[in-house]
Design a protein around this ligand. Structure first.
Ligand code: 4AD
Ligand code: MG
Length: 441
């Protein structure tokens, strides 16, 4: 009978029929009179069996891992207790090699091997992503992006795509990537926040999923030079509204991701202990965090006890989050250690209406705040940071033409995934990660 062309995922529906399936030889095993191939086509894995005369052909005898191949045959269930993906296997009656891979000792099996040194792995990231774990993370990434978009649709928020080439900074001049824009100075965007703020009067609440760029000189496991930034901005809200909106967004997105059978299965494989966090998230002020760090003898960056006004560095933040072992909304950071645009707390002008969301194992995954909505305070904010207001005229104008209390946040997708998929570093949550010294492949 003629064969129907299929993809591996969903092949259960084709059991009993003669099919044609194409992919890469993921694993290969020769047994006395049989050849077992685990075929991979990106959608899944399928056990295929060559028997009898098929095993004696030149192509079968010289077959190598990662070669591309088209196989014809009938899919049938395997007996209880025997291990094959989806509980079935393809009994081949014909096959064709499409592109042969070299094989031998230098095969990518070694590169993908868990114990290969990191440098080799990242040089060969284009091969590493063929591996089961790396590709699982990338599939979860796609599922999580889908889940965020569903959540924002539920919340009635519109997606926009602000520019990546800009002439303003958002999160401090020290991490700006500068480039020559037709003879003018320009930067790669650090955050689309300022542009999102300008959309409120025309589009209502908005979000974007866009690359952000940071020239982070330090090598840490959670800093990239380019990362996917999920940002949202909401109008006519209070600080409490911002916190509950953020909590709702995170929880709803996780629920959507787990409701997808494939994504939920992959998360289970990558991070067997993962559970959707309980609501409400623990809320803790910066001042209380400083007290907590003092009480637990966790020193600041200079090795001294923490004091009000100190930055909570990555190591201290992670220790605290791991010890508490719950998502935390850390709120009300001092004015001096936060960005120029953040609104002051009306009850305590030393601090801002700001929030970081911290997750066990990673620390900060979200930074957000209420924004200054008055002209005077914003001009003072520029002055405090030593920023010239000129290139910001369009941002400043929002305070002139119908201002409103508003706020928003930015979430680092790779950090969110590192938490969800239990990866040691955000580098393994990006398709082709960039960090200090690495811009290939
Ligand atoms: O805390 P950040 O700097 O806040 C902002 O950019 C705000 N303007 C966002 C907003 O309110 N619209 O960055 C937000 C998040 C961080 O919490 C972190 O998850 C991620 O972006 N992030 C990075 N992720 C990977 N590598 C880096 N170098 C990152 N820098 C920030
Ligand atoms: Mg931050």
């Amino acid at each position: 009978p003629a064969a129907v062309n299929i993809k591996i995922r969903g092949s259960v529906a084709s059991r009993g029929k003669r099919v044609k399936v194409s992919g890469w030889v993921h694993r290969l095993r020769h047994q006395s009179k049989l050849i077992f191939i685990t075929l991979r086509d990106g959608t899944g894995y399928l056990q295929c069996i060559l028997a009898d005369d098929l095993t004696k052909t030149y192509d079968a005898l010289t077959l190598t891992v990662e070669s591309t191949i088209t196989i014809y045959g009938v899919i049938s269930p395997v007996p209880e207790g025997s291990h094959a993906p989806d509980g079935h296997e393809l009994h081949a009656d014909y096959f064709k090699v499409v592109g042969k891979a070299p094989g031998g000792d230098e095969t990518i099996t070694n590169i993908v091997a868990k114990d290969a040194d990191p440098q080799t792995k990242y040089d060969n990231r284009h091969l590493v992503i063929r591996g089961e774990q790396a590709s699982a993370v990338l599939k979860v990434r796609a599922g999580v992006l889908r889940a965020f978009r569903k959540t924002y649709e539920d919340l009635g928020m519109l997606e926009v795509t602000p520019p990546c080439m800009v002439q303003t900074q958002v999160e401090g001049g020290s991490t700006l990537f500068e480039f020559n824009y037709y003879g003018e100075k320009a930067y790669l965007t650090q955050s689309s926040q300022l542009y999102l703020e300008t959309c409120l009067p025309s589009l209502g609440d908005v979000f974007c999923i866009q690359e952000s760029f940071r020239a982070e000189k330090s090598l840490t496991r959670r800093h990239l030079s380019e990362y996917t930034h999920i940002e949202a901005e909401l109008g006519f809200i209070s600080f409490d509204d911002l916190l509950s909106n953020l909590e709702e967004t995170i929880c709803r997105t996780i629920d959507y991701a787990l409701a997808d059978p494939l994504i939920s299965e992959l998360i289970k494989e990558l991070n067997p202990k993962f559970k959707a966090p309980a609501r409400p998230f623990l809320r803790m002020t910066y001042a209380d965090a400083i007290e907590w760090l003092k009480k637990h003898d966790i020193p600041n960056e200079e090795g001294k006890p923490h004091e009000f006004g100190d930055d909570i560095a990555e190591a201290a933040e992670r220790k605290m989050t791991d010890e508490i072992n719950l998502p935390i909304f850390l709120t009300k950071f001092p004015v001096e250690i936060k960005a120029f645009y953040m609104k002051k707390d009306p009850e305590d002008p030393r601090v801002t209406e700001s929030v970081d969301c911290l997750m066990p194992g990673v620390g900060e995954i979200v930074g957000g705040s209420m924004r200054m909505d008055g002209m005077e305070e914003l001009l003072a904010g520029y002055a405090r940071e030593g920023i010239s207001p000129d290139p910001y005229y369009w941002f400043t104008d929002q305070r002139k033409y119908g201002t409103t209390p508003h706020g928003g946040y930015g979430l680092g997708l790779e950090r969110f995934l590192a938490w969800m998929c239990d990866r040691y570093t955000v580098r393994d949550c990006s398709l082709y990660p960039r960090w200090t010294g690495r811009c290939t492949p």
